[in-house]
Design a binder for this molecule. Sequence first.
Ligand code: ADP
Ligand code: ZN
Ligand code: ZN
Length: 818
Amino acid sequence: MQNFINVILPIPLEKLFTYKVTPEQANFLQSGMRVAVPFGKSKIYTALVHSLHNTAPEVYEAKEIHQILDERPIVNEIQLRHWQWIADYYMCTVGEVFRSALPSAFLLESETLILKNEKAEVDEGNLKDDEFLIFEALQHQSILKVHEVAAIVDRKNVLPILNRLIEKNVILLKEEIYEQYKPKLVRYVKLGLDYQSEENLEILLESLTRAPKQSQVILSLFQLKATTKKPIKISELELASGGSRAVVKTLIDKNILEEYHIRRDRVVYDGSAENAVLKSLNEYQEIALTDIQAAFKENKTTLLQGVTSSGKTEVYVKLIEDCIKTGRQALYLLPEIALTTQLIGRLQEYFGEKVSVYHSKYSVQERVEVWNNIVAQKPKAQIVIGARSSLFLPFSNLGLIIVDEEHEGSFKQFDPAPRYHARDAAIVLAKLHESNILLGSATPSIETFNNARTGKYGYANITRRYGNVLMPEMEIVDIKEQSRKRRMKGHFSERLLEEITETLEAGEQVILFQNRRGYAPIVECTTCGHSPQCPNCDVSLTYHQYKKQLRCHYCSHHMALQESCQACGSSTLDTKGFGTEQVEQELHELFPETKVGRMDLDTTRGKHGYERIITAFEQQELDILVGTQMLTKGLDFRNVNLVGIMNADSLLNFPDYRAHERSFQLLTQVAGRAGRTKKRGKVIIQSYNPYHQILKQVSTNDYDEMFKEQLYEREQYKYPPANRIIRITFKHKEYNKLNEAAEWFSKGLRNAFGANVLGPEFPPVSRIRNQYLKHVLIKIGPKQSVGQVKLNIKRIEKSFKAIAFYRSVRVIYNVDHI
Ligand code: ADP
Ligand code: ZN
Ligand code: ZN
C-alpha cells in the first residue's frame, strides 16, 4: 500500500496536488504541516498538507516530497475550512488564500542558484556570446539567480543557455531552499563552568589582580546576580561594569565567562501600566452590554451602534475581559492600523502582556512570532489586535471577535486575491469557532444595519456621548456664495477662519479634513488647456509641491514640474483643485504663528509614521492637523474643539452607488473628532451644494433618515442589500484584445443571466500601469442562488480560457464589495 498526501500549493490551482510519501513520513505527517515539494520542471514550493490517503492520482505520476518542514501542524482544521469558504465565496483558489494567509517567511522560496564550476578548465573561445556574458559575471559574483541571469543576457528564457553551460561544464546548478525567518536571539552571559564554585572563583579573582577591568566585570556580574534571578544580558553587564565590549569578549574567549542565547519574541510589551482597573460603565453602556450579552446567548451576530465618543471601546473591553476569563481567545479587528497606536495603549493598560498585535506594517519576524505564540496557545497571544489579515491566524479557541468600525471600506481586500471582506469573513470564522461576534460603529453600513433591522443580527445602541457631552454643533457654509462675493481666502471661508481663530485663541486644537493628498490634483496650461498625464495610466498627474514633483497616484511614475507647458511652451501653468499640502501651505500664510501638521499617505510611511504625528498632536505640539480620511478613524483627541471639512463635494460626487453612504459615514466620523471630552465641539462643512440631503442628514445626525433613503435607492437600482453583486474586471495591455475578450465573456453572461448583466464598460480610470480595464457587473436577485451563479460564471470562464487568443486576458472577480 502506498502513501500519498494532498497538498495546497501557494499558487492559483483549481485542485489540490498529490505527492508520494514514505510510510515513515506518512506516520509523522499531519494535516497543517508544511512540506517542500517539487513542482513543474524545476520549481520548489512550500506546500501545506491537506490530507493523507492511499489513492494514487489518475492522470499523473505522483512525485516524492523533498522534505518535511514542520514538527507539528502550524495550521489547524478550522483554518482550512475557513480558507475553503473564502476561496469558494470570493471565487479564488485555496492556494491563493494560503499564500496570503501565512507570513511570507513561512513560505519558503525555491531559487535556482547558479554557481561557477571551480574545477572546470574553461576554454573561453569555445563559448558563445551569451554564454560568455554569464561566465564573466560569475567571475565577479559567486552565485547568480535565474532572474539575474535573465537580466544579464536580456532575455526571459535562459534555461537553454544554462543547459549549454552545464554541458560545457562551466556552471553548476544548485536548488536551495532557505528559511528566511530567523528568531531574534538575545545574548546572555554567565560564569564559565570551571568557575562556578567559590574556591575556583577566588583563585580566578586573584589571577586577575593585574587585569582590573576584567575583575571589575566579574564583580559586576556577581552584583547583578544578587539582585535578580533573571538571566543577565551581555548588554546589561557591559553597562553595569562600565567595561567595554572588548573586555567582556576577552573573558568569554578565555572561557571565564560563557555566552549563551535565548530566543526572544520581538513583539514585546515593556509593561509599565499593567492591569489598570476597568472603568465602570455608565448606565447607557450597561444597557448596551446587557443587550449584547442577550443577543450573544441567541448566537446572533450583533451590531453595537453607538454615536462617536459614546464609549464603545469600554464596552468591548468588558466583553474581552469576560471572554478571556473563560480561557478563550479574543480577536479585535480594526480596519486600518492608524488607530491601533491609541487602542493598543488602552488595551495594554487593562490586559498587559496578553495583548498581541498583528498587521502588515510589522516585520515578517514579528508576524511569525505572533503566529507561533497562537499555535502554542501562549497567554500572551490571548488577545490579538489586528487588521484584516489577522483573520488567518491559527486560533483554535476563539470566544469573541470584535469588528470595530465595521462600516469601513478598507476591510475589503482588493488586490491580490483573495479579494475578501474581513467583516464578512469574520462572521463565518465566528460560526466555525462557535464564537461571539460584535460589529461596532457609529455609522453602520447599510447592509449591517439592514440585518439588524430585520432581526437577523442582534442590536444594541448608545445614543449619548460619554459624560453627556453634546454632539458637535454643525454648520454648513455655502462656498459658492462666498466665492461669488469674493469672501474666500484661498480655500477658507470667512466662517471657517473665524472659528479657527477663536479655537486657537482658546488654546484648543483644530482638525481640517480634505480628502486628497498632494498640492493639486491637476496642473493645467491656461493657454492651450494641456495638462500633464501619467504615461502609464489614464489620469492627470498630481502636483506635490514639497518635492516640486508631478506624481501619479496609481503607479509610481513621477517627474519634475516643468517651468513651461510641454505642449505649447507658454509659462502659463496653473493648478486646479486642491489637496492637503495646499491646505497646509495656506495655513502657514494665514496663521504664521501656528504649528500645523499633516496626516496623509505621504507623511505616514514607515512603521511609526502614524504614531509620530498622532503623538505630536496629542501632546499638543501641533495646533492644527490637516489630513485625509486617515483622520476619521476612531482617533480620540481630548483637546480638539473644531473640525473643518474643506470641501464635501468631491465625496458626494464620487461615481459609485455607495458614495452617499460613504460621505455620510466619513463626515460623521470626522465630525466626531470634535469636542469629545469637555465642552460641545463645532464642525464647519464647506460645500458648493449646501442643500444636499446627505449634508443635511450629517448635520442633524440623522442616521435613520439616511438609511431609509439609501435603502430605497438600493432597492430601486438593485444594489446590495436588496441584490447581490459580482463585478468582473478584465485586464490587458492591448486595447482591442481587451474589448473583444470582454465582449465575448459578457455575451456568455448575458445568455446565462439576461438583463442582470451590466457592461462591459470602462471605469473612470480605464488604464492603470499600462493595462486597460473593463468592468462587467452582475446583479443577483434575492430568489437566485448565489452559489449557482458563481458556478455558471466559472463555467463561462473555462470556455473563455480555452480560447488561446483570450488566455492572456486577466479575469478578476470582486464579490459583494466593488
Ligand atoms: P467611541 O469608541 O464610542 O468613539 P470611546 O470608547 O473612545 O468612544 O470613548 C470616548 C471617551 O470617553 C474616551 O476618552 C474614554 O476613555 C471615555 N470613556 C468612555 N466610557 C467611559 C467610562 N465608562 N468611564 C470613564 N471614561 C469613559
Ligand atoms: Zn500650453
Ligand atoms: Zn500612473
